[in-house]
Design a protein around this ligand. Structure first.
Ligand code: G3H
Ligand code: 13P
Ligand code: ZN
Length: 312
């Protein structure tokens, strides 16, 4: 099976009340962990590369890793997506390099500017058979090398979404309803609560339109504990409760972005192995448990949060 766009994937997810996991990839072990889980569970999956991932791994290597996954996972549909494309040139370069989906993130720009940049990307991408995600509203946390402070984060305004979608021709829309990037999403002692009331308002304005949730890691405490028990220092790492992600997946949210959870699993695997086997210096010895943790996390997400198992 070749790489596909997310168009049909999202139509089925919307109608079926589940979501597709969009997992960030930075190296071979992460690509393998994600796609092995998706293949075994017969789940469609989105592999996404951020600008930072492309800088780290080199776009050619990332593309070839994903192509290898397509060969190794013949039973599932895979989307290759650009995460948080900062400008037209980056999006164009990914379209030209065979990505099947790109995100243009001009959410920090004024509304009219966001529309203009998104429209330009949509025109180019659609002419090449590639779909486009855009964003309205600002998530708190680290967003594409930009640190959006909590005070400056803004929920998506439902009254803007219809005009944005119709004027840009975009295929899916990332919204801000209380999630944020990274592993420190909420203050300790607070009760994390996504704004489902805003999501409902948005869905009323753009019915049947696929919504994307960024910053959707749940920050599993078992991995935080392993990291901290083996020399790490993650203080007050808190994520989105999984029951709220499940609720989102059943709604118009068709794509759920997860990166930090994979980072935690990967790091826990390495830290645990280093402490258990101080004599080890073969990278395969510690990258294998890291990869296994990534696979276990993706399995859990697909089965218990996203609901996308068996949807091929
Ligand atoms: O949206 C942010 C993702 O977690 C990607 O992060 O830019 O460090 O690769 P990154
Ligand atoms: P997390 O940091 O919650 O994993 O979010 C990842 C993300 O939104 C990537 O675009
Ligand atoms: Zn994001």
């Amino acid at each position: 099976m070749a790489l596909v766009t997310s168009k049909e994937m999202f139509e089925k997810a919307y109608a079926g009340g589940y979501a597709i996991g969009a997992f960030n990839v930075n190296n071979m072990e992460i690509v393998q962990g994600i796609t092995e889980a998706a293949q075994e569970l017969k789940s469609p999956v989105i592999l996404q590369a951020s600008a930072g991932a492309r800088k780290y791994a080199n776009p050619s290597y990332l593309k070839k890793l994903v192509e290898a996954a397509v060969i190794e996972c013949p039973d599932i549909d895979i989307v290759m997506h650009l995460d948080h494309g900062p400008d037209f040139e980056t999006c164009k370069s990914c379209v030209d390099n065979g990505f099947t989906s790109v995100m243009i993130d001009a959410s920090s720009k004024p509304f009219e500017e966001n529309i203009a940049i998104t429209k330009e990307v949509v025109e180019y991408a659609h002419a090449h058979g590639v779909v486009v995600e855009a964003e309205l509203g600002a998530l708190a946390g680290i967003e594409d090398d930009v640190n959006v402070s909590e005070e400056n984060s803004a929920y998506t305004r439902p009254e803007e979404v219809e005009e944005f979608v119709s004027r840009t021709g975009v295929d899916s829309l990332a919204i801000a309803i209380g999630t944020s990037h990274g592993a420190f999403k909420f203050k300790p002692g607070t009760d994390p609560q996504l704004r489902f009331d805003i999501l409902d308002e948005i869905v009323k304005k753009i019915p049947n339109f696929p919504i994307v949730l960024h910053g959707a890691s749940s920050v599993p405490q078992e991995y935080v504990k392993i990291i901290n028990a083996h020399g790490g220092k993650l203080v007050d790492a808190i994520g989105v409760p999984e029951d709220q992600l499940r609720q989102a997946a059943r709604s118009a949210v068709c794509k759920i972005n997860i990166d930090s959870d994979l980072r935690l699993g990967f790091t826990a695997g390495i830290r645990e192995t280093f402490e258990a086997k101080p004599e080890l210096f073969d990278p395969r010895g510690y990258l294998k448990p890291a990869r296994e943790n990534v696979k276990a996390i993706v399995r859990h997400k697909i089965m218990d949060v996203l609901g996308s198992a068996g949807k091929m």
